[in-house]
Write a protein that binds this ligand. Structure first.
Ligand SMILES: O=c1ccn([C@@H]2O[C@H](COP(=O)(O)OP(=O)(O)O[C@H]3O[C@H](CO)[C@@H](O)[C@H](O)[C@H]3O)[C@@H](O)[C@H]2O)c(=O)[nH]1
Ligand SMILES: [Mn+2]
Length: 578
């Protein structure tokens, strides 16, 4: 058995923003006042229309239908007609989706009806519209009689998604979709008054047959205010008809005008009576002046919908009695082996052999550079030899003639000034030998012999440096260790510089850093007891950051010879401030 479901006919309008509320209300009242037998529906985009405005719509419209906004993602054409505000006019396409209705007579919110046009529901055509005054071969989309169907709907949604519309809005899209297949209605169904041009004789001739007036363009009656149409021309007459309906239902003096409607009508809103947010409370509540009433409902109680359109399960979420506690044994397992990242480029697998080699285990960070009188020339280390052997053991001036000449000239100058350096008693024989050698090279100059300096032949610089480094590190560690063990006020001297005793900064007592072994160059954590009198945890000696003048020294530039106390670091300041 087939049940015949008789579908309803309905007038429909559209509200995309609160600002068109007066228009939508006046349209509905104009149809009702004219005695329509049809129901009134309005499509509303709930994301851009407030709940208070929706509440107002519900006082006049039988159906408030929530629809998704269809925006034009390519709104460039809208700027051609100076109407960027129509970015969401494509939303009108949703009319074709309302297949619960047999026929829809759609009317823009900026239309006022002189009479109920119920005869439009009897048209046999699937789509009817009236000519547009700007280009009469096209139809205006402010008044349309249509039969909802998903075929047209999907075709037009596809166009909207691609931004296909010559004016960037619905009128351009609908005219492109229907072309000249539409049933052309009389202009009397969609008369568009203009303040700039009016065919006055035609207006007078057809005046009595006008069905609906449509205030196209951005100047709507409620945006202009009632003073703007006080003349006697056709435009003022037609605008006056809009105000007549408005005043019948919303005039201030009538006493029952809701503030919210007046709020969107220019010149109607009286600032001495504040706009009151309707809360469902009998006396209203002025949120700007009063705290909320104690028995007021939460805001969510006013939501137009409590679930999404596509939700299968429309029941409300119920929170469980209690949530389980989070696990307490959560930690990140550091991977034991460091994975080599996969190679990306071909040359990563096919690397050429290096042609330049550097010392494998440079001691530079901990060992002061050997203080030879001239700049040392570094060469690649010989395999199996100590690190010291990687340094050339000759002086640059022995090999560079320019330096040699310069030293000679200096010595000559000195000699001429003083010859008193002749013989000095008590110098060692080894010193004598050394000086002789020097004399051989430098000419006849006699220099005083330094005490306790071994002869060149007995001197193995590599072995001596190795020994010195070992001694230095042992002395340093011994001192640091000893002072930590309770000799609180003994200061340490490294390289002739005194390291004064200071308590470690608060909070740093537990820090364990890696100190490189001064001799082997290997990194070994060394713990030394903290010198802070109150705390006796272990701390580690950090490697000094300062490593000598470096490149600046070699370039002969100025460098700091004295330590300046460094300003506190970010970290220090964090600790100091807490
Ligand atoms: O901020 C807005 C803008 C538009 N609308 C709704 O969208 C309709 C169309 O906008 P409207 O300002 O009336 O456009 P018109 O000035 O009439 O411009 C013409 O061009 C539009 C875009 O193509 C068509 O929608 C109109 O039917 C056509 O008359 C309005 O009536 C309202 O229903 C709003 O609710 N809020
Ligand atoms: Mn319009």
């Amino acid at each position: 058995m087939v049940t015949s479901t008789k579908k309803e006919d309905v007038y429909a309008s559209l509200l995309l923003t609160d600002t068109y509320l007066p228009g939508a209300l006046v349209l509905a009242h104009s149809l009702r006042d004219a005695g329509t037998t049809k129901k009134l529906a309005i499509l509303v985009t709930p994301d851009t229309v407030s709940t208070e405005v929706i509440a107002q719509l519900k006082t006049v419209y039988d159906y408030v239908i929530y629809v998704d906004r269809i925006r034009n993602g390519k709104p460039a054409n809208l700027f051609l007609m100076n109407r960027p505000d129509l970015h969401s006019a494509f939303t009108k396409i949703n009319l074709w989706k309302q297949t619960q209705f047999r026929k829809i007579v759609y009317i823009d919110a900026d239309v006022v009806a002189y009479r109920a046009v119920d005869e439009l529901f009897d048209l046999p055509h699937a789509f009817s519209a009236a000519p547009d005054i700007g280009w009469p071969d096209l139809f205006n989309t402010g008044v349309m009689a249509l039969t909802p169907n998903m075929g047209d709907y999907y075709a037009m949604v596809a166009m909207a998604e691609r931004g296909i519309s010559f004016d960037g809005a619905d009128q351009g899209l609908l005219n492109m979709h229907f072309g000249n297949t539409y049933n052309r209605l009389s202009f009397t169904y969609n008369v568009t008054p203009s303040a700039h041009y009016q065919y006055v004789p035609a207006y007078r001739h057809f005046q009595s047959s006008i069905n609906m007036i449509h205030f196209i363009g951005s100047d709507k009656p409620w945006k202009q205010g009632r003073e703007s149409s006080s003349g006697s021309g056709p435009f003022d007459e037609m605008t006056g008809r809009w105000w007549a309906v408005y005043d019948r239902h919303y005039r201030k003096e009538a006493g029952h005008a809701p503030n919210i409607v007046q709020y969107f009508v220019k010149g109607e809103y009286n600032p001495t009576t504040r706009y009151v947010v309707p809360t469902g409370e009998p006396n209203g509540w002025d949120a700007q002046r009063q705290s909320p009433p104690t028995d007021s409902k939460p805001e969510a109680a006013n939501f137009p919908r409590t679930h999404y359109e596509m939700s299968q399960d429309t029941s409300q979420f119920q929170a469980p009695e209690r949530y389980p506690s989070p696990p307490k044994n959560m930690w990140y397992q550091v991977p034991s082996e460091r994975e080599q990242p996969k190679s990306v480029f071909p040359w990563e697998n096919n690397q050429p052999r290096p042609t330049r080699v550097f010392a494998e285990n440079p001691l530079a960070p901990v060992t002061p550079a050997p203080k030879s009188p001239g700049p040392a020339i570094r060469t690649a280390p010989s395999p199996g030899g100590t690190a010291w052997n990687s340094f050339s053991q000759s002086n640059a001036w022995d090999e560079i003639p320019q330096i040699n000449r310069y030293v000679d000239s200096m010595q000559r100058h000195r000699r001429s000034r003083s010859q008193i350096l002749a013989a000095s008693p008590g110098r060692s024989t080894s010193g004598e030998r050394q000086e002789e050698q020097t004399e051989e090279r430098r000419g006849s100059i006699k220099l005083p012999v330094a005490e306790g300096v071994p002869a060149q032949a007995e001197w193995d610089p590599a072995a001596q440096l190795q020994k010195l480094a070992k001694q230095q590190s042992e002395v340093l560690l011994e001192k640091l260790g000893a002072s930590g063990a309770g000799q609180t006020q003994e200061s340490i001297s490294v390289d002739g510089k005194e390291i004064p005793h200071r308590p470690l900064p608060f909070g740093s007592e537990d820090i364990l850093a890696e100190a490189p072994d001064l001799v082997s160059g290997k990194t070994t954590p060394r713990t030394v007891e903290s010198r802070s009198p109150s705390v006796s945890t272990t701390a580690t000696i950090a490697v000094p950051a300062y490593q000598g003048p470096g490149a600046m020294f070699e370039k002969g530039e100025d460098y700091m010879t004295q330590d300046t106390p460094a300003p506190p670091t970010e970290e220090d300041r964090d600790i100091l401030q807490t």
